[in-house]
Design a protein around this ligand. Sequence first.
Ligand SMILES: *Cc1c(COP(=O)(O)O)cnc(C)c1O
Length: 359
Amino acid sequence: MGQVLEKSGRIIDLRSDTVTKPTPEMREAMFRAEVGDDVYGEDPTVNRLEELGASMVGFEAAVFVPSGTMGNQVCIMSHTQRGDEIIMESMAHICTYEVGAPAVLSGVQIRTIKGTYGVMDPAEVEEAIRKPNIHFPRTSLICLENTHNRSGGCVIPIENMKAIYEIASRYGVKVHLDGARVFNAAVALGVDVKEITRYCDSVQFCLSKGLSAPVGSLVAGSKEFIERARKARKLLGGGMRQAGIIAAAGIVALTKMVGRLKEDHENARILAERLCQVPGLYIDMKTVQTNMVVVGTRGLGVDGPDFVAALKKRGVLCNADLPHRVRLVTHREISRDDVEEAARIIGEVAAQLREERSS
Ligand SMILES: *Cc1c(COP(=O)(O)O)cnc(C)c1O
């Protein structure tokens, strides 16, 4: 590869928790999975995963989808009509990283509210809900995101979700939770995930991120809502057949992998503490709540993408998510030693770049 790797030759991949591979137990469960045609509702393993997922988040029913993006989009499609307006935080995954799908697939427009660490002010949300007027679109949905990806994995406080949910209910507006990492939020808060998901009408959560399943997300809601979501999933081409093969790994993810997310959070905190000591790097420790560390590189005089490239040469992988910011994500395949090693390498690379800039 032409890269100068550390002695171990090991790549420390901090790009995302999506890089986690299935565990041996997942492989075994996949191998043994009982399957059937899920479009006919006949895959026993998918049915088991859907029932388990629904009960864990406190809803009547759930539907298994190939990705978090499809999960969010089937929910938007099932909650709205063409021409509606939906409200979300300005950096929400749905309006940043989903290719404009709400407009393309559901024909709705997005109205954004700038949050603080991903948290929207309930009063601003209430103000943004459209009141009856012949000129206005109808507000039909508010989307929340917990944890909030672009703010560095910040947890949205339960009281904030409750306040927004109560406002929405008063106006007959539904609330969807993009809970791609909602189990990280639950673990960080030390609460049952149901304490979070009770303040929404639908939730999407990823099995494929920190929970380490190879593929898939679940959408949960009322029975009637999930019937509509199932039809939307079919419309989008997400009706899978013997999907029990992948659902089997999802069952292991939900039953075995939630508790260990706290290790990822501890590792992220240690990484952040180490990087705080590196001159030129900026970390807002208030954002280090779950399994992400966002690092500002402006003080080094280096662009995020250049920093990423320099780290890659030393075997540390991460992503630049803003021009002067890189994001590091901890996950099951990153040990405490990896974090210490990554911090050491990042410190060295930063020192080298600083020297180059000043000479
Ligand atoms: C990853 C993610 C998604 C989308 O999941 P995919 O499976 O990558 O489509 C949605 N929302 C948030 C907040 C995410 O982090």
